[in-house]
Design a protein around this ligand. Structure first.
Ligand SMILES: Nc1nc2c(c(=O)[nH]1)N(C=O)[C@@H](CNc1ccc(C(=O)N[C@@H](CCC(=O)O)C(=O)O)cc1)CN2
Ligand SMILES: Nc1nc2c(ncn2[C@@H]2O[C@H](COP(=O)(O)OP(=O)(O)OP(=O)(O)O)[C@@H](O)[C@H]2O)c(=O)[nH]1
Length: 478
């Protein structure tokens, strides 16, 4: 990284668009533009004159033309930002040009010709971080925000970008470091047996920290699932209509539908967005005893998929429940599912509703309810789509949206989660050390380890390798 470079990149997606934005940041941004931009307010016949550009106020947009020597490239809108009041904290200029790929390239080229260099992935945001415009966790949230595909993922990213837990962690870290220093000071005066660090205050700080970290660590279960989608397993015997249901939910023909039992050999995954919540639906191979080798692997897998899911949809074929033994058989299956996954919410779906009479439906429901009174039963036709909305509603309801209130902080970044766990582990060491009255030296070491882990989240403690890893995953121009 070279602090004195002026970087340039396309800020909008590559390809043709109505408008494209080329962004420049660095100490030479303005001097580069001075020699290639002629504002519209200047006299038509006049040459490009650096004074004209200097008349433009910071934080304003100006119409004009970009030139490469005498050749006019495009009519553009130019936004001027003067350091340190810009996204990156450096001098920034944004050129909104017509969105042809040729024009985009020509404008970038003329900037390069005048001394800029192409920005690396994430370099604008890295610069914003280095200039203290945002901390590391906020910079990471910018990337999350760009890639968020559901309302909930968006909410978590926005929250974190606006500061999220950064301030809270920074305050905790400062307090901890303060204690570490006081304890270290005591060591210098060890012969005099003084205590600068009030042990009761330290104890309550440790308790407060422990609670806060625990809450953040626990929120990752939700945050992670929101980011990657809530996994839902669709389970049931062959031919009950799992693939058809998946298609009905997806509204597209993704899974292979056939009337040959055992068609679904492998788990198929897909994503749907219902009411701003992202679900990952996993269709599994029909569960039954089989001698077919390939199929039995599939069945093993469907149990393990059910294991990984947050909720199981157990599908039944209503047309197959026309005799008492068959109903008993299916009740036994439900019983097994519940025993196998006692903690997982289970929704039993009675499919092919279009093929049975109202009377038959009433009888089947009654039988199931009498043996499994608290089972969540939904009747639908995957083929016609009737009742599918009830299922969608049940899926949304099963998601504990209360846990995602406006102001609660949810950790969704695995790096933050790891660091929080490290901080928590060191914190427990400190607490244990206090109980066992270990030498202050060791207390201070563990307190500093806690502070260091917290500092790595916000980027107060960092290194080039970590920054490289994080920002190289950003897109170019961000
Ligand atoms: N055209 C454009 N749109 C954009 C961005 C951008 O950089 N350019 N952004 C980013 O990619 C986002 C907006 N974020 C921004 C955040 C801060 C500043 C900025 O100039 N901050 C200064 C001045 C603040 C002020 O005027 O009060 C500062 O922090 O000192 C600009 C954009 C989304 N839309
Ligand atoms: N009438 C009717 N037929 C359905 C319904 N849902 C599925 N089917 C039919 O039932 C048959 C099996 O459906 P699939 O979706 O392939 O069943 P599956 O459970 O995925 O089957 P496997 O891949 O063998 O596990 C197909 O012929 C579907 O058209 C429904 O609601 N009503």
């Amino acid at each position: 990284m070279h602090v004195n470079d002026t970087i340039v990149a396309l800020a909008t997606p590559s390809g043709t668009g109505a408008i494209a934005v080329v962004r420049l940041s660095g100490p030479d941004s303005h001097s580069i533009i001075r020699s290639i931009f002629k504002p519209a307010f200047a006299k038509a016949e006049s040459k490009i004159n650096p004074d004209q550009y200097d008349q433009i106020k910071a934080n304003t947009i100006t119409l004009g033309h970009i030139y490469d020597g005498d050749r006019m490239i495009d009519e553009v809108l130019l936004s001027k930002f003067v350091a340190p009041r810009s996204y990156t904290g450096e001098h920034v200029v944004e050129i909104s040009c017509h969105g042809s790929i040729y024009i985009q390239q020509e404008i970038i080229n003329v900037c390069l010709k005048n001394g800029a260099r192409i920005a690396e992935a994430g370099e604008f945001t890295l610069q914003a971080f280095l200039n203290g415009k945002m901390d590391l966790s906020q910079a990471e949230a910018v990337a999350d925000l760009i890639s968020s595909e559901s309302a909930t993922a968006h909410q978590i990213a926005i929250q974190q970008m606006r500061g999220g837990f950064s301030n809270e962690l920074q305050v905790l870290r400062k307090k901890l470091l303060n204690f570490a220093s006081l304890i270290e000071l005591e060591l210098d005066f060890s012969e005099e047996d003084v205590a600068f660090a009030n042990r009761d205050e330290l104890k309550s700080l440790l308790q407060e920290s422990q609670l806060k970290l625990r809450k953040l660590i626990d929120s990752f279960a939700l945050g992670n699932v929101i980011k990657t989608g809530i996994p839902i397993a669709i389970v049931g015997e062959p031919n009950v209509g799992k693939s058809t249901l998946l298609n009905a939910l997806l509204n597209e023909e993704k899974a292979i539908v056939s009337d040959i039992a055992g068609t679904t050999r492998d788990a198929i995954e897909d994503e749907i967005n219902i009411d701003g919540i992202r679900f990952r639906l996993i269709d599994t191979a029909g569960i039954r005893e089989t001698k077919d080798k390939v199929e039995s692997i599939g069945i093993e897998r469907s149990y393990s998929k059910a294991e990984q899911s947050k909720l199981v949809l157990y599908l039944l074929d209503a047309t197959q429940l026309n005799t008492q033994p068959r109903i008993l058989h299916c009740l036994m299956r439900i019983h097994i599912m519940r025993e196998k996954f006692p903690d997982k919410p289970l929704i039993v779906i009675l499919n092919k509703l279009d093929q049975i009479t109202g009377l038959e439906h009433a009888e089947i429901s009654k039988q199931i309810k009498s043996k499994q009174p608290d089972v969540h039963l939904i009747s639908l036709s995957a083929q016609s789509g009737s009742g599918v909305d009830d299922l969608k509603k049940a899926l949304v309801d099963s998601f504990n949206s209360g846990a995602l209130s406006q102001d609660s902080t949810v950790v969704s970044n695995a790096r933050h989660y790891d660091a929080l766990q490290r901080a928590y582990a060191s914190l427990l060491e400190v607490q244990q050390g206090m109980v066992q009255e270990v030498s202050s030296e060791f207390l201070a070491i563990d307190i500093r380890a806690t502070a260091e882990a917290l500092g790595s989240i916000t980027g107060e403690i960092t290194n080039d390798e970590l920054l490289g890893n994080i920002f190289s995953q950003f897109c170019i121009g961000k």
